[in-house]
Design a protein. Structure first.
Length: 317
């Protein structure tokens, strides 16, 4: 695993939550909470990233993650440039590293990268100059660290301590970077119990997610849980023949109001989006009183501000 910290112990890259200590996660969440605002409230701003230039390099589609990294950078006073990878020289065969060296020569200090290929993030981080930080905006099925942090922040805001919660992750866990980062953050914060629920074909291999209870029906798995995290079927990472039929999937694994009634009465419903209504979640549940899905989006900006500030912030500003 790539070293994510500088020799003085401060965070330089954020590629995975796997090796982050509890105190490091707590500090990021605390800072994110400082920046968090409800929908409709004026967003906070600061100058802590004045003079810092950030590149968003996304080679897979993204709406929320890209926009919220961009807003987060701007709200801290940074310059943010979205690089259209399809239009850039990578489409002409320039290697990822040549693109990166070009950005480095243009004085970019933070590279925010989303890529479908496992290992690209660590490869880039191993080759950049000392003043450059690399942040993952989603790496293959492996990791989506800022999503994990925003999920933890959302649970904390609604439920208080993570340590008291029973959390269920539901659906295509096998192909989900969101599930892996959620698992890592909830494990680090010592959640009371973690459950994985899904059809056997979409469950991760036995050695992954140690310490979780596994269920193959929602009826069983949701009993008494405090947090229900729904996932999209990652069709782009599954062979066509293995993609479940959507009607059948909804009939067995869709989160309906009746199934949600099995959970704790105060349970919250989460989804990283994009959502497929009528596939993994019923529309009335997605929009219902227990849903915190839109708050997750708002928290994405706050978490990304905290992470950008941690890796590149000028604390004197
Ligand atoms: C997710 C992703 O790209 O991993 N979206 C997001 O960042 N909120 C989830 C998904 O695509 O299913």
């Amino acid at each position: 695993m790539i070293e994510q910290r500088r020799p003085n112990g401060s965070l330089r890259h954020l590629i995975t939550l796997e090796d982050l200590r509890r105190d490091e996660i707590e500090a990021l969440l605390q800072r994110a909470q400082h920046y968090a605002r409800g929908v409709g409230q004026a967003p906070p701003g600061s100058e802590r990233l004045r003079g810092v230039t950030i590149a968003n390099l996304f080679t897979e589609p993204s709406t929320r993650t890209r926009v919220s990294f961009e807003l987060a950078g701007r709200r801290l006073g940074a310059e943010v440039v979205n690089i259209e990878v399809q239009l850039s020289s990578r489409a002409k065969g320039e290697s990822m590293l040549d693109t990166i060296y070009t950005l480095q020569a243009l004085h970019f200090a933070v590279l925010v990268i989303r890529d479908a290929e496992p290992g690209v993030l660590a490869h880039v981080a191993a080759h950049v100059a000392a003043h450059v930080s690399v942040l993952s905006a989603g790496e293959a099925h492996l990791s989506h660290p800022t999503q994990g942090l925003l999920d933890a922040l959302t649970v904390r805001q609604h439920k208080g301590s993570i340590a008291a919660q029973c959390i269920a992750i539901v659906g295509d866990i096998r192909h989900s970077r969101v599930a892996r980062s959620a698992y890592q953050v909830f494990r680090a914060l010592e959640a009371r119990s973690l459950r994985l629920i899904g059809p056997p074909t979409l469950m991760p291999p036995a050695h992954e997610f140690p310490g979780c209870e596994r269920f193959d029906t929602l009826e069983e798995g949701l009993a008494g849980v405090d947090v229900v995290m729904m996932l999209r079927i990652q069709k782009e990472r599954i062979a066509q023949s293995d993609i479940p039929d959507t009607e059948e999937y909804f009939a067995r694994y869709g989160l309906t109001a009746a199934r949600l009634a099995r959970a704790h009465p105060g349970a919250i419903v989460m989804h990283p989006q994009p959502m497929n209504r009528g596939v993994e979640i019923a529309s009335d549940v997605a929009d219902g009183p227990q849903s915190v899905i839109r708050e997750q989006v708002s928290n994405g900006v706050a978490v990304r501000m905290a992470v950008l500030e941690a890796v590149a912030g000028n604390m004197a500003a």
